[in-house]
Design a protein around this ligand. Structure first.
Ligand code: NAD
Length: 241
């Protein structure tokens, strides 16, 4: 505890699941938390913001910087899902998901970078996914969006390493969040679908939101100065075994 004393962490998608767990984890280590989400997180200072709207992103980031006096860490975590093959998703669906999952992170990074440059411990952590590389069935659009997040992370790490801004991403396996619960609820047999998802991971269980949050905190930790341009899998061995 205390690692993030006096530092301000802005977390997109911080009202639910992985982002909410990250907000709790950073707060436990002394950080000021700014949640940027369509919804407020009642436990943390929040700004309502749709990451697909550049104006809202700029306003929200300005509000965070004004309230806390700066921004040290950006956790780019807001994202939406999409199910389908390339034949099943329309251009409109592609533009929407790429707008939120990829451009949403670009917009927030653009708005936050001037503030990160003023920080003594600047870092960006993006939430990619195992889908970036795993080849999951009926996830063409979602996987492409998360592959783009992976590539964006590496390119941004290169662009900003000279100014001391570290950029990394986490690549969670299936994590037990409200998102996954919504997917399960839509399945014909939710219990069987949960069992299928659990069996897909070598550990035989889903990853918890807290486990992904711990990896996000680790990547953002100012003492981990050598970590930049890294994709950290938190997937119960799914990608490595
Ligand atoms: P979640 O649905 O529980 O939370 C996502 C949050 O993002 C919600 O609070 C939602 O309001 C917010 N959000 C969505 N669209 C937004 C927008 N346009 N502007 C601002 N906020 C918006 O989902 P989660 O499972 O916690 O997922 C968080 C991130 O983790 C996502 O990027 C997701 O792709 C990624 N991820 C999740 C899993 C998983 O299995 N749950 C696995 C790998 C990666």
């Amino acid at each position: 505890s205390g690692t993030f004393d006096g530092l301000t962490v802005a977390i997109s998608g911080g009202a639910s699941g992985i982002g909410a767990a990250a907000a709790d984890a950073f707060a436990a280590r002394g950080a000021n938390i700014a949640v940027l989400d369509l919804n407020a997180n009642p436990d943390h200072w929040s700004q309502t913001c749709d990451v697909s709207d550049d104006h809202q992103v700029r306003q929200a980031v300005a509000a965070v910087a004004a309230h806390f006096g700066g921004i040290d860490v950006l956790v780019n975590n807001a994202g939406i899902g999409a199910v389908g093959t390339v034949e099943e998703n329309s251009d409109k669906q592609w533009f929407r998901v790429l707008d939120v999952n990829v451009l949403g992170m670009v917009r927030l990074a653009r708005a936050c970078l001037p503030h990160l440059r003023e920080s003594s411990a600047p870092a960006i952590v993006n939430t990619s996914s195992i889908a970036a590389t795993a080849g999951l069935v009926k996830r063409a659009l979602y996987s492409a969006s998360k592959g783009a997040v992976h590539s964006l992370t590496m390119a941004m790490a290169a662009d900003h390493v000279a100014e001391g801004i570290r950029v990394n991403c986490v690549e969670p396996g299936t994590a037990d969040t409200p998102w996954v619960q919504r997917l399960l609820d839509q399945a014909e047999d939710p219990a069987a679908e949960r069992a299928r998802l659990e069996a897909r991971q070598p550990t035989g269980r889903l990853v918890s939101a807290e486990e992904v949050a711990a990896a996000i905190v680790y990547l953002a930790d100012p003492s981990n100065k050598a970590l930049t341009g890294t994709a950290l899998a938190v997937d119960g061995g799914m990608s490595g075994l």
